[in-house]
Write a protein that binds this ligand. Sequence first.
Ligand SMILES: [Zn+2]
Ligand SMILES: [Zn+2]
Length: 133
Amino acid sequence: MKAPTLTTRSACEICGISMRRTWTDDLMDFRWRAEDGTITGIAGDVPIGAPTSTPQLLELLAEHGDMEAYSSVLVRYQLGDTLLPWEHHHRAVEPASQIAPEDVPTCHGWPMRAAPGAWICRVDHAITPAETP
Ligand SMILES: [Zn+2]
Ligand SMILES: [Zn+2]
């Protein structure tokens, strides 16, 4: 069985940082991470003396009496969005070549699950080593 061919290199479409595809911690899927391990980055113009956290930004907005901006930042923060307005989650330019469907072996009538170096049956969880190219 062929090992899944995956593109493992890409770049963030917002800031251009190089990104690498890695397995998720539960090995169920892949995710993109920047080469330096970060998941967020800064793009565009950062205000001079910019705060480094949302609570600091809120304080600053309150000081300036900009309550409209304050409330919109507060709402996002309460929803768990801790990104500052000039930050973003890196988003890899998704390369076209995911695992080609014809490369995925089937077992018990189901496409097998890709794992690092092997394929796993979805029914009985039998592990088949993938051929190393
Ligand atoms: Zn980025
Ligand atoms: Zn099977």
